[in-house]
Structures are given as structure tokens and as C-alpha cells.
Ligand binder design. Sequence first.
Ligand code: HEC
Length: 103
Amino acid sequence: MIKQYLFVITCAVGLVLPAYTAQAAVDSHARNLAASCAACHGTNGHSAGGTPVLAGMDKALFVGSMKDFKSGARPATVMHQHAKGYTDEEFDLLAEFFAAQKR
Ligand code: HEC
């Protein structure tokens, strides 16, 4: 009886743990990407002024801005250079990360 319980518990942990660590890996990748924005946009997008606040920014607006910077459709002083270094998937990760930060 106890053996059966242990088996069920082991299976449950085996199923849940990989999913959990995969999510954690995505989160830390997003945090690492966002760290390179902190020099200008502040920690987690909380700008101290001079640059736009990214914390709490709408995801679609964020991704649209980054794509427009990358293509050159939106004029910029520095952002076109930064945007060129990221893929669409990374824009999505960054959008998710900044949207989740409180304003
Ligand atoms: C060297 C300073 C600098 C760095 C580093 C930087 N930015 Fe910017 N960002 C700016 C400036 C300045 C603007 C205003 C547009 C311009 O002049 O380029 C801006 C504008 C933006 C905007 C538009 C916001 C709005 O409200 O329209 C977004 C989105 C953005 N940055 C995202 C990022 C992300 C994501 C990173 C990191 C991958 C990043 N920035 C790194 C300086 C910087």
C-alpha cells in the first residue's frame, strides 16, 4: 500500500518538476535580457527620468515599438541600435517581463 503511494507521489513530482524548471528558465532568460535595458530605463523598467518607463507597458505597444525601432519605421536616437540585437521571440519575452512589472 505504502509502496503504491510512494509510486504515485514520485510520478507526480516527476511530472511537475520539469514543467516548473522550464518556466523558471524562461523567466530568468527574460530577466537577463531586461538587465541590459536597465542602464537607461532603470531597474525592471522603472526609469528615473530622461527615458520612457517600461514597467507596466502594454505588451502589444512594446512589441510594436521594438519592431518599428528595428525596421527604422520609428525614428530613434539609440533604440534602433538596441532593437536590432533581438529576435521576435525575445521581444515577446521582454514584453511579458516589463508588462508584469508594477508601474
Ligand atoms: C543607451 C540607453 C538605452 C538603452 C540601453 C535602452 N534604451 Fe530603450 N529607449 C532609450 C531612449 C533614449 C528612448 C527614446 C527613443 C530614442 O530616442 O531612441 C527609448 C525608448 C524605448 C521604448 C519606447 C517606449 C515608449 O513609451 O514609446 C521602448 C519600448 C524601449 N526603449 C525598450 C528598450 C529595451 C527593451 C531595452 C533593452 C533591450 C532598451 N530599451 C535599452 C534609451 C535606451
